[in-house]
Design a protein around this ligand. Sequence first.
Ligand SMILES: [Mg+2]
Length: 124
Amino acid sequence: MPQSANILVIEDEEPMRVLLAAELADEGYDVVTAASGEEGLALFDAKRPDLVILDIKMAGIGGMKTLELMRERTLDVPVLLFTAYPEYKQDFNAWASDDYVVKSSDMAPLKEKIRFHLSARRNR
Ligand SMILES: [Mg+2]
């Protein structure tokens, strides 16, 4: 059983948000969800998550601005961009994230990256 961790999921599409929350809860994580960058930042401040999964395309401030504002608060929380659009990987602003995962029906790559970044964080 992996050590428990708090994960913040910021995703504007409800079906994907619900799926992510269920899949990660099954993995034993404590999950909080936000439907916008603004809501996500409020939870980031309130809950101090161990890791963030962040959608890029959202109404309002969007994922890239949300990432920037989280980085202004702390560099110590891994942020994984999770998007349907691989081309954002080339975006300079995406380099401030710790990882980049393309949305897929296969959640295994995302789960693997979550485990990697949580253990890397514990070991530093
Ligand atoms: Mg979106």
